[in-house]
Design a protein around this ligand. Structure first.
Ligand code: 2AM
Ligand code: CA
Length: 256
């Protein structure tokens, strides 16, 4: 099954790569900051058609077409293009993210970093890989030496939710903070040991189900801002190398 997920992520990635920097149509989901392109929809259509053909009984939770719940114990969480704003502006940082849960456990996570041709994949209990390379989080144990990453929600202007205060608190403590624009890729860089930690205050399950497993299988920890394990209803996400997790939670909680 993991091989099939990787194959379909690659195919969706090809659709996106071909569409990059072409004259695609853009629509707005409620606000001018929340974009969707015809390429997001094309990618999602391709993935969903595959799942419906190969696994007709499975549930699907997909960003652009919503929920298709079935009675199966399996559920697919699909972000057909994570980093749409980057994609629409010609910045080559975006991905396809597919996570599969069985009952209450994520069993597969696949993130395809399209423009770098890097396929990240994890299976529960079997580790995380980038192409053939096994991944491990870094061992940074001082926040002053940590390179961190975050993201901002589309509705930050209307609903700031301490996002700015949290960002400033980390800016003052960490070596540096980056903002890349694809949450799924942020998780993969934590799993690879590039970033010691990643937090974001408003994510949806298709943004994090795959990345959560990829980080945990690489030896990291992922929780919500209260320190609880993620469920598909989580919103506020902290992923780290594990060593800095408690300290990062304290910084987050200090800005509440
Ligand atoms: P997207 O590109 O698939 O829309 C940017 O901060 C990252 O968070 C991207 O992965 C983006 O996903 C996601 N994101 C931003 N605002 C969001 C929101 N309000 N709800 C869900 N995901 C969001
Ligand atoms: Ca998306």
């Amino acid at each position: 099954m993991l091989h099939k997920i990787i194959e379909i992520a690659k195919e969706a990635g090809e659709i996106i790569r071909e569409g990059f920097q072409t004259n695609f149509e853009i629509e707005y989901k409620g606000s001018v900051t929340n974009l969707v392109t015809e390429i997001d929809k094309k990618s999602e259509r391709h993935i969903i058609d595959f799942v419906r053909k190969e696994f007709p009984s499975h549930s699907i939770i997909a960003e652009e077409s919503g929920n298709d719940f079935r009675s199966s114990e399996y559920a697919w969480f699909i972000d057909p293009l994570d980093g749409t704003t980057n994609f629409a502006h010609g910045l080559p940082i975006f991905s396809v993210s597919i996570g599969v849960r069985k009952n209450d456990e994520t069993i597969f996570g696949v993130v395809y970093d399209i423009m770098q041709n890097k396929m990240y994949a994890a299976e529960f209990g079997s580790g995380s890989y980038m192409n053939e390379k096994k991944l491990a989080v870094n061992s940074t144990d001082k926040i002053e030496e940590a390179l961190l990453v975050t993201g901002f929600p589309y509705d930050i202007a209307r609903n700031p939710d301490n996002t700015i205060e949290r960002f400033v608190a980390f800016l003052k403590k960490a070596r540096a903070v980056r903002r890349l624009g694809s949450a799924a890729i942020d998780f993969c860089y934590v799993a690879s040991g590039v970033f010691a930690g990643f937090w974001e205050a408003k994510l949806s399950p298709w943004d994090y189900v795959a990345g959560d497993l990829i980080v945990r299988e690489a030896g990291g920890i992922v929780t919500d801002f209260d320190g609880k394990n993620l469920t598909p209803n989580s919103v506020q996400i902290l992923a780290s190398n594990g060593i800095l997790h408690k300290q990062m939670l304290e910084i987050i909680q200090g800005t509440r």
